[in-house]
Design a protein. Structure first.
Length: 343
């Protein structure tokens, strides 16, 4: 039997730089209220969201990713040619193939980097970060670009009172590279497929192929509507607050630290009530800075954690070297949590 030689990677990995892109158009709650019977006060009390960003036709998934990636590369001080892999998490790139990651890898100027998309909803950034860490330690890449990007405005039913106000667009990217000491902790991740109906797309793409509009959603003019995201709000809330708090605690335990050792908490920006409830359930000390980017960015799914991280660092609410707990959770249901050192 032949002996296979293993690649020699770095002992550890860390996030070296982060970048974000938010579309130019800012959409206040007043715009949402043009289509649903609600109020600004109700939206804020239920979600904490005041504004969100919606992409223009030119602000595609690829275009937003390129902008965020450029900022992340600059912050990391790493040239695009040194990127060995590009991992993109998204549910809103509507071409099944080729992967949008290949377009992004080309546009930013990588030297034939490996490139692929993953679909893990709001946990996608954590999944991508874990894959990047593995590549660097295994030795298949020296630097990896991880991108979370969404155009959820394309998947929003503006007539659905329960979800019309939730979603926004944007891209967040990080450069992950070698480290001499642990800076990305063990990942606690998993899935609960028995709860797949909790957050889902209203209509499967295959239903459009049949040609029978009887199963398809129609607008007031009788025209076929695009699929949208829908969720069972209360079920999601209970799962996030109680079950995901347990996952977050497991991530702390596996990293060998306690809540008192944290500087920053960056949960998926689902809504403010979930974030605040998780803080209470985890009993985070007052000194821990909590990301609440959802107020101005809305729920951007896979993009929410890197976007929130970028804003905290840009505003000075967090600083390089801080210890942060990050956790993403959403459709699947899937989740991923880890402890990282901020770039």
């Amino acid at each position: 039997m032949a002996k296979i030689r293993a690649a020699k990677g770095a002992p550890y990995a860390r996030i070296l730089g982060v970048g974000g892109y938010r579309p130019v158009r800012v959409v206040p709650n007043d715009v949402i209220l043009e289509r649903i019977d609600s109020s600004d006060e109700w939206i804020r009390s239920r979600s904490g969201i005041a504004t969100r960003h919606w992409a223009s036709d030119e602000e595609t998934v690829a275009a937003m990713s390129v902008e965020a990636s450029g900022k992340a590369l600059a912050a990391a001080g790493v040239s695009a040619e040194r990127i060995g892999a590009v991992v993109v998490s998204t549910v809103s790139h509507f071409a099944q193939t080729p992967a949008v990651a290949t377009e992004i890898a080309d546009r930013i100027g990588t030297d034939k980097a490996a490139a692929f998309d993953i679909s893990a909803g709001c946990a996608g950034f954590g999944y991508g970060l874990t894959l990047a860490k593995g590549m660097i330690v295994e030795g298949s890449a020296e630097y990896v670009l991880v991108i979370g990007v969404e155009r959820l405005s394309d998947l929003t039913d503006l007539d659905d009172r329960s979800t019309a106000f939730l979603f926004g667009d944007g891209a967040g990217a990080v450069v992950v590279g070698p480290a001499t000491e642990p800076a990305i902790g063990p990942t606690v991740w998993g899935s609960e497929g028995d709860k797949s109906e909790t957050i889902k797309q209203t209509v499967q793409w295959s239903d459009y192929r049949v040609g029978d509009v009887a199963k398809l959603p129609l607008n007031e003019q009788g025209e076929v509507k695009f699929p949208a995201l829908t969720q069972e709000g209360q079920a999601v809330f209970r799962w996030a607050v109680f079950e995901m708090a347990k996952v977050a605690q497991q991530a702390l335990d596996q990293a060998g630290i306690t809540a008192a050792d944290l500087d920053v908490f960056i949960p998926h920006q689902a809504n403010m009530r979930i974030i605040d409830s998780m803080v209470k359930t985890l009993k985070l000390p007052e000194h821990v800075t909590v990301a609440r980017d959802v107020e101005h960015t809305g729920n951007t799914s896979a993009a929410s954690i890197p976007l929130a991280m970028e804003r905290l660092l840009a505003t000075g609410e967090a600083k390089s070297g801080d210890t942060a707990l990050v956790i993403g959770f959403g459709a699947g249901l899937v989740y991923a949590a880890t402890v990282v050192t901020l770039p």
